[in-house]
Design a binder for this molecule. Structure first.
Ligand SMILES: *Cc1c(COP(=O)(O)O)cnc(C)c1O
Length: 429
């Protein structure tokens, strides 16, 4: 499609957008009495209006039923997580038994690493992307240390080539092959938080398995953002948070995936708790841990119902859109339009003031552009904020803008780029 840099063109795209009705289901932060242009869904997704209702309902159940709420009421808490699984499985490309919700993301990474990082003899290394999200680095660092190794030796980070910002799949695969007999695990993010690169998880999984290693993924920036097929790709495990593209609230409950091929194995090492115990006999309170079959066997603690209720409200919206696949076409177009507008600013300026480091290929990115400002980045970011455009800022010079198809419009994207273009004349060089 040929894009045009004009408000009228953006409006026209909005008029043709069948998904625009969903924007009304979200509460928009305000700036100077007007709705903010919120392009920060990669960090914290907006609040669905239905969240308050869902929470109020569970507060009422708590009020009216007390502890009986676990077994009574319209949505008994004991099985509440089951209500989330069908939609979540759809979003992750998984079977319902392969997913569940529990804890927070980094905690879940640790729990899954307990099961899937099993260093033995020469095979003790973890291969991951260079520049992974800090929490993932710390988790892996402490895990290898826990097993008696040190990070520098036990963790292999795949780095971009000289002069490049993102990784080539062929380089990732080559490194996996090169270290094949030392690898215990390949762990990647689905989408790198900094560059916005969407990795080829299928190719990475295949290469890891070829090397005799497990393949696990942190899907924080991928969940609810890009189509995933965890079951078909054969990934061993994954975890994600629900507060980014899944709009389930700050510190919202995390999700995990464990592939069905591992479900029959009751001998998996894991850090257990009673909420992972076989459902049918859990309340016999017998000694000796027996895991529930499937991802639920990794659960540890009592369900946080209020977090789950917020998650349910947010997942219901995905259910009504027809899942992530139905959002994808708009997502691709929205991001491409932003890319076009930013490149147009460079064109007008006669120099590359804003360098987009996120891959150009729509198959290698989601709803995010990471933009390196040639100079005065923070001033540009502040100029956007002053005009009610909220993206996010990463030191030393990167602005990340995330147009989310569920609640952002083409007019949002146009206005954000317009303010950026105006700032070019205002920022002091
Ligand atoms: C957002 C994010 C996290 C955050 O983890 P929490 O445990 O929820 O604080 C971790 N890893 C990645 C890759 C992320 O994008």
């Amino acid at each position: 499609m040929e894009f045009v840099n004009s408000a009228g063109f953006a409006r026209q795209l909005d008029e043709q957008d069948e998904l625009k009705i969903f924007s009304d289901e979200f509460l928009k932060p305000q700036h100077n009495g007007k709705e903010m242009i919120y392009l920060c869904g990669n960090s914290l997704g907006l609040q669905p209006k239905a969240v308050q209702l869902k929470l109020t309902r569970q507060l009422a159940n708590w009020q009216n039923l007390g502890v009986e709420g676990w077994f009574q009421g319209d949505e008994p808490w004991l099985a509440y997580h089951q209500l989330l699984k069908p939609t979540l499985a759809g979003i992750m490309g998984a079977k319902p038994a392969e997913v569940t919700v529990m804890n927070s993301l980094t905690v879940n990474l640790h729990l899954l690493l307990v099961s899937f990082y099993k260093p033995k003899g020469k095979r003790y290394k973890i291969l991951m992307e260079g520049g992974a999200f800090p929490s993932d680095q710390y988790a892996v660092e402490s895990q290898v240390k826990f097993h008696g190794y040190n990070y520098k030796d036990a963790v292999i980070e795949v780095m971009p080539r000289e002069g490049e910002h993102t990784l080539r799949t062929e380089d990732i695969v080559a490194q996996i092959e090169q270290h094949a007999d030392e690898l215990a695990l390949v762990m990647f993010s689905g989408i790198n938080y900094y560059t916005g690169q969407f990795f080829d998880l299928q190719a990475i999984t295949a290469a890891a398995h070829q090397a005799g290693a497990y393949a696990g993924f942190d899907l924080a920036h991928a969940a609810g953002n890009v189509p995933l097929q965890l079951n078909a790709w054969g990934a061993d495990f994954a975890a994600w948070c629900s507060y980014k593209y899944m709009n389930s609230g700050p510190g919202g409950i995390s999700g995990i995936f464990v592939h069905e091929k591992h479900h029959a194995n009751q001998e998996f090492d894991r850090f257990a708790g009673w909420w992972g115990y076989r459902n049918d006999t859990r309340f016999k309170m017998a000694p000796g841990f027996v895991p529930e079959v499937g991802a639920e066997g990794w659960q540890v603690s009592t369900s946080p119902i209020l977090l789950m209720a917020a998650h349910k409200a947010a997942l219901d919206i995905f259910e009504r859109t027809g899942g992530v696949a139905a959002l994808r076409q708009k997502a691709i177009r929205l991001t491409a339009y932003l890319e076009f507008l930013i490149n147009d600013i460079n064109q007008q300026a006669g120099e590359e003031l804003f360098k987009i480091i996120t891959p150009k290929n729509p198959d290698e990115r989601g709803s995010q552009l990471s933009i390196i400002c040639k100079q005065n980045g923070k001033q540009f970011f502040d100029a956007l904020v002053k005009n009610g455009v909220l993206g996010d800022w990463r030191e030393p010079n990167v602005i990340r803008l995330s147009p989310v198809p569920l609640y952002n419009s083409f007019t949002d994207v146009y206005a954000a780029a317009r303010f950026l273009a105006e700032a070019v004349h205002q920022v002091q060089f």
